[in-house]
Design a protein around this ligand. Structure first.
Ligand code: NAD
Length: 330
């Protein structure tokens, strides 16, 4: 299958491209490197020993999109490209609405014109807000608490409206929980600049001595050890979920949670990381962060039933692979 991957040099995109190439798909990537590096292209080739096409540019560039769809008979699009920093979205909401919404609208227009009718979209568990019960199922009500999350919710609405007007399209919305880890080769992974927002990159920066200690936000939650509980999923498992979603072409809109279904607390993750890497992670307890919720984990049953996908890698694998990538790319 010929698949266009937007944002294909980013964290999730690069791992997904590896899976798609391993499954003998033809891959075309578009990325503007706003949050990734050119060297990822070489790393993907090194891991897979396979070739793919790459277009450097912005998906808000209609001319470039038309060129890509004219030069390639794309059958499916996986749409990762977008901004994802929750904190920045609060201070620069227009930047988020502009990039995340406009890019999706232009992409759908270009797909329609080219008669390409399958799309897999990156949504997020953040669309559930603070769930009333756990685990979270796909039919839970949606409620967002920041502009980033709202862009995801709005794109889901756009896709549903688009589907009503274009019922022959197959639209898959994947709501990711907390992707962490890295490719076991240590060649690709996640490497945010500055002080990270997310827990694993933060732990890594402490492990590699770039930061002195980890800030744990809140130890007064109603959870097993009073720290926040999240559903961590290995990025390679997540990538495999995309490969499965591409294989399942079904008209209409189909929504799946991609999570492990297990909840680990912040302190549990720290302790498992210490055990796996034999590195002590000093931490300080800070006040809760606004907008953070106590616990969040998926019911991933639907993805298992319909896509024949489930997360297979352990939390130990996630820690081991994330640290290997950090060591190799210090
Ligand atoms: N990583 C997570 O924890 C997480 C969780 C839920 C959902 N998501 C969503 O999954 C998608 C991928 O996330 P990621 O972690 O790989 O992020 P990332 O920032 O690593 O990757 C996104 C890629 O898209 C590119 N990009 C951004 N805007 C673009 C544009 N207009 N044109 C072309 N390229 C553009 C960036 O350069 C980057 O390579 C995002 O949509 C994100 O919101 C991520």
């Amino acid at each position: 299958m010929k698949i266009l991957v937007t944002g294909g040099t980013g964290f999730l995109g690069s791992h997904t491209v590896v899976e798609l190439l391993n499954k003998e798909n033809e891959v075309v990537i578009i990325d503007n490197f706003s949050n990734s590096k050119k060297e990822v292209l070489e790393k993907i080739k090194q891991i897979t020993n396979k070739n793919f096409l790459f277009y450097e540019g912005d998906i808000r560039d209609k001319v470039l999109l038309k060129k890509i769809f004219t030069e390639n008979k794309i059958e499916t699009v996986i749409h990762f490209a977008g901004y994802k920093a929750v904190g920045e979205s609060v201070t620069a909401p227009l930047k988020y609405y502009d990039n995340n919404l406009i890019s999706t609208i232009y992409l759908l227009e270009a797909m329609k014109e080219a008669n390409c009718k399958n799309i897999v979209f990156s949504s997020s568990a953040t669309v559930y807000g603070k769930p009333k019960t756990l685990p979270i199922k796909e039919d839970f009500p949606l409620h967002t608490t920041n502009p980033y999350g709202t862009t995801k919710k709005m794109i889901e609405e756009i896709l549903k409206d688009f589907s009503k007007a274009n019922p022959d399209f197959s639209i898959t919305i994947l709501r990711y929980f907390n992707p962490i880890g890295a490719h076991p080769s240590g060649l690709i992974g996640e490497n945010p600049n500055g002080v990270p927002n997310n827990l694993m990159p933060y732990i890594i920066k402490v492990a590699t001595k770039e930061l002195e200690y980890l800030n744990i936000f809140g130890n007064d939650y109603d959870t097993k050890d009073k720290t926040g509980v999240r559903d961590f999923i290995h990025v390679v498992d997540l990538a495999k979920g995309h490969s499965k979603a591409c294989e399942k072409i079904e008209k209409g809109v189909h929504i799946y949670n991609l999570g492990s279904g297990k909840g680990y607390s912040v302190l549990e993750l720290v302790s498992i990381f210490e055990k796996v890497t034999k590195i002590k992670i000093p931490y300080k307890i800070k006040k809760r962060r606004e907008g953070d919720i106590a616990a969040c984990y998926a019911d991933p049953t639907l993805a298992y039933k319909k896509l024949n996908w489930k997360a297979e890698k352990s939390i130990e694998d996630m820690c081991k692979d994330a640290y290997l990538y950090a060591k190799k790319n210090k």
